[in-house]
Design a binder for this molecule. Structure first.
Ligand code: NAD
Length: 377
């Protein structure tokens, strides 16, 4: 894989990319700010053992762009950003997160960070000790963000079931949950509380045992989950899982979950559509944490879970209905919607900036006139 950094940044209209290193702690990270036209760039930090720096950078850019899509579709006064920390055995984790957070502080509110894969409440607390711009997982913060994400994924699944069958009818549903991490565990609990049958996989046997013990989830071997006949397949682990091989195995009517970028490509979304599988795009349903974090930090309120569910359900319903009316894959419909709304945001921001510049110019002309200098001087 080879990535042309500047061409990619220009083509995807990124505002800024920062590389962060800290020799003392072993920190190597990227921070990408995709869009700040409507407010700060917001997005968590992923810590992962990437195969290469290029893989880390390309993940960071994809994820930041997806955060913009989520902000735009959820109508939030914020845009997309993301960071990745390249994990390795020598990384002095607590100190590295501290060094990273100090760099986040230097953005002075243009970038807000929080949890993602590899960054849970402990790591977020380490960051919050060094910056005002990390979601504090303690009582002073916005509350459990992964719970909000799971609520959105749950709402998206419900909307898809209602769309296909007219009712959620949870007690008669089989849902396969891939990944029992912060989000997958919560989601499995929500589904079991509604009496759905839940089969789930995770690479971590302890997480499997916990979900089995707490919720009566049926555990399956990772890699076997795609071929299980089910109503809903819910990806909640890593991205890119809908590639050629897994698509051939899939035996579900709906795909909806929190994992970022689960499609290997948009064409894989087209193939789901052609096969009659209702795919609810990740960035339509996995914005629960974002909604909560943004409204907490920018508007000072803790949005209740049912309000988050209602907001995400409305967005998912609109995309699914438009997709149905146009017989166009939901991922394509959602991408187009994002592009249109983002262009409108950026136009509004640049005319506001033009207006502000004109006002500043007018004010300085006035001031210059007051100070007796000609505005043309
Ligand atoms: P997490 O790290 O807590 O959990 C991920 C889980 O997936 C881990 O338990 C891991 O062992 C498991 N896993 C990895 N590869 C797997 C495989 N091949 N098969 C089965 N299990 C596998 O992460 P999370 O916070 O729960 O996030 C899950 C997904 O949702 C990620 O894609 C993340 O980007 C996305 N997401 C999370 C949030 C949030 O609030 N945490 C918000 C939006 C999107």
């Amino acid at each position: 894989m080879s990535i042309q950094i500047l061409s990619t940044l220009a083509r995807e209209q990124f505002e800024e990319l920062v590389a962060v290193t800290d020799e003392a702690t072993g920190l190597r990270a990227f921070v990408a700010l995709h869009d700040t036209s409507a407010g700060p760039a917001v997005g968590g930090v992923r810590r992962y053992e990437y195969a290469s720096e290029e893989a880390a950078l390309s993940d960071c850019l994809r994820l930041a762009r997806a955060m913009t899509a989520k902000c735009v579709l959820a109508d939030l006064p914020a845009g997309g950003g993301k960071a990745v920390i390249l994990d390795e055995p020598e990384l002095d984790r607590e100190a590295a997160y501290g060094a990273f957070a100090r760099r986040v502080e230097q953005f002075d509110g243009r970038y807000y960070t929080g949890p993602d894969v590899g960054t849970g409440p402990m790591e977020t607390a380490w960051m919050a000790a060094h910056t005002r711009f990390a979601a504090d997982p303690g009582p002073a913060g916005p509350g459990l963000l992964s719970q909000a994400t799971a609520a959105g994924a749950f709402a998206g699944i419900g909307v898809a079931l209602e769309h296909l069958d007219g009712a959620t009818d949870w007690g008669r549903r089989t849902v396969v949950v891939q990944g029992l991490g912060q989000v997958g565990h919560e989601l499995a609990g929500r589904l079991r509380a509604q009496d759905a049958r839940v089969l789930a996989s995770d690479l971590d046997p302890e997480r499997c045992a916990r979900a089995e013990r707490e919720f009566g989830v049926e555990i399956v071997e990772p890699g076997t989950e795609f071929q299980i006949p089910c109503d809903v397949f819910s990806p909640n682990a890593m991205g890119g899982v809908f590639h050629d091989l897994n698509l051939r195995k899939l035996d579900a009517r709906i795909v909806a979950g929190a994992a970022n970028n689960p499609l290997a490509s948009l064409e894989h979304g087209d193939r789901l559509h052609e096969a009659g599988v209702l795919y609810v795009p990740d960035f339509v349903v996995n914005s629960g944490a974002l909604v909560r974090g943004v409204l907490f930090h920018l508007e000072g309120r803790r949005e209740p879970l049912d309000a988050i569910e209602a907001r995400i359900a409305a967005g998912a319903r609109a995309i699914i209905e438009r997709s149905d009316a146009e017989d166009r894959p939901p991922a394509r419909v959602a991408e187009r919607e994002v592009a249109e709304r983002l262009a409108a945001r950026r136009t509004a921001a640049s005319s506001a900036a033009g207006g502000a510049a004109a006002t500043t110019a007018a004010n300085s002309s006035e001031r210059d006139a007051v100070f007796g200098r000609s505005p043309e001087a």
